[in-house]
Design a protein around this ligand. Structure first.
Ligand code: UDP
Length: 475
């Protein structure tokens, strides 16, 4: 029975140790769990055994003896819902069941203890360091999860990703699986993983030279074929793809107006600012970004997707911002012709949310970027940019933005001074900035070569087609 008990650790290592044990109300579980509690107590760990009045009375003498000897051990009583579960009064242990038929009632009574146990645990002082849950009470492990005991780390504590060539640290909150991590999405997430496991292989919008071995590591780990066949936005081989303007959506700005504005600017002097197609930034945060762009003193193209807040944002823009930044700011409200902009020689860098497409489009354009990851895979994309290919300037944002959440006032993930500093670093004419720009340009060249005839992505596309045709012949 002891082996069946499962310990789940809390992350708060600063608090004094307090172990909470919740044994199934049966002799074969209670006896060893009380022994275990005494053993913990003998090591100076406060041990609380949660049980019911009848069971507590059986162990009172043993526990009192230990407590009198100075051991930090205690019994905690929660009322057992005999009546509600259709059990005779006082039937609180499997050994007092009058008939085997009542076993179901007994277990339903144990399950009914959960709310009271959770209520007790959530206000417990000192707080529990861990719950030793009993496999006979499966709800206790759910309680542990519910109260946040199940992981060894807090949501915002960085952990190093094991088994990969680079030192990459990520927090639980930043992990892609945290995106859409609620019960209504769980079914979909399971289906996605199942369908991936059932597939013949995985086609990836990336290129081998960018992957630094991660494509092969993925193939080996997952036991899947993988074909990197991108960057697909370079599908015409030379520059960014044709059809650059109304890509995915009708651009909200006239192509010639946009190009004319860019043509007037010095080479590599303009910062392009866009956070993808999903629009996550609150009005308050948007204003802060605007103020940061304003003080940075570089020309910028700023894509604003304000949605329902459009009127509010328009008002703010018209109350001085447009005036103060006239001539060096081009605001695009709605959909920007992103590839057209990124491929213009006046663009010097991209302030991006690290969506994979935007990241890859920036890499393909041979440009450095400022990174502000928000959700899903974006924190990992940022790691690739900052730590592996080293073509970015990180804003240092650690907290994910929930997807399409209501505005919460007072929450600013990025301050205007940070925006200003990041832009200055990105556009820095000195050695550091120059080296970053060189790395970005070389990576852009590698991207183009990968797509050229004979390049890695071109060849992978050939293999993909052959693999599929060979497979089709066999079946
Ligand atoms: N895009 C665009 N104009 C916009 C916003 C986005 O053309 O105003 C394109 C962008 O070039 C990219 C895609 O939409 O190809 C966005 O994908 P990404 O993975 O970067 O971010 P997501 O929108 O999925 O967060």
């Amino acid at each position: 029975e002891l082996a069946a008990a499962m310990a789940s650790w809390n992350s708060d290592t600063t608090a004094s140790p307090h172990f909470v044990l919740i044994p199934l109300m049966a002799q074969g579980h209670m006896i060893p769990m009380v022994d275990m509690a005494r053993l913990f107590a003998a090591r100076g760990v406060l041990a609380s055994v949660i049980t019911t009045p009848v069971n507590a009375s059986r162990f009172r003498a043993t526990v009192d003896l230990a407590a009198d000897a100075g051991l930090p051990i205690r019994l905690v009583e929660l009322p057992f819902p005999c009546q509600e579960a259709g059990l005779p009064d006082g039937c609180e242990n499997l050994d007092t069941l009058p008939s085997k038929e009542l076993i179901v009632n007994f277990f339903s009574a144990t399950a009914m203890l959960r709310p009271a146990a959770e209520q007790y645990l959530s206000t417990l002082q000192p707080p529990a360091s861990c719950i030793v849950s009993d496999m006979g009470l499966p709800w206790t492990s759910k309680t542990a999860q519910h109260l946040g005991f199940m992981s060894a780390v807090a949501d915002d504590e960085p952990i190093q990703v094991p088994g990969i060539p680079h030192r990459v640290e990520i927090t639980r909150a930043q992990h892609p699986s945290n995106f859409g991590n609620n019960s209504s999405m769980q079914g979909l997430r399971d289906e996605i993983l199942e369908s991936e496991a059932a597939s013949f292989g995985v086609v990836v919008n990336s290129f081998q030279e960018l992957e630094h071995g991660y494509d092969q590591l993925y193939a080996e780990t997952m036991g899947k074929k993988i074909w990197t066949i991108g960057p697909m936005a370079l599908r015409d081989n030379t520059t960014m793809s044709s059809g650059k303007v109304d890509r995915g959506n009708k651009a909200s700005i006239d192509e010639n107006l946009c190009l004319g504005w860019l043509d007037d600017k010095a080479p590599r002097s303009v910062v392009y600012v866009s956070f993808g197609s999903l629009g996550l930034v609150t009005t308050q945060q948007l204003v802060e970004i605007g103020l940061g762009l304003e003080v940075s003193n570089h020309p910028f193209i700023w894509v604003i997707r304000a949605g329902e807040k459009a009127a509010e944002v328009d008002q703010w823009l018209s109350e001085g911002f447009e005036e103060r930044t006239r001539g060096r700011c081009l605001i695009i409200k709605g959909w920007a012709p992103q590839l057209l902009i990124l491929s213009h020689p006046a663009i010097g860098g991209f302030f991006t949310h690290c969506g994979w497409n935007s990241t890859l489009e920036c890499i393909s354009a041979g440009l450095p970027m400022i990174t502000w990851p928000m959700f899903a895979d974006q924190f990992l994309n940022e790691k690739l940019v900052l730590d592996v290919v080293k073509t970015g300037v990180g804003l240092g944002v650690k907290t994910p933005s929930a997807w399409q959440v209501e505005e919460k006032s007072g929450v600013l993930l990025v301050k205007k001074e940070e925006v200003q500093k990041a832009i200055e670093t990105l556009m820095d004419p000195g050695e550091e900035g120059e080296e970053r720009r060189n790395r970005a340009r070389e990576l852009g060249e590698k991207a183009r070569r990968a797509m050229d005839e004979g390049g890695s992505s071109y060849n992978n596309m050939t293999s993909l087609i052959q693999d599929v045709m060979n497979y089709s012949k066999r079946v």
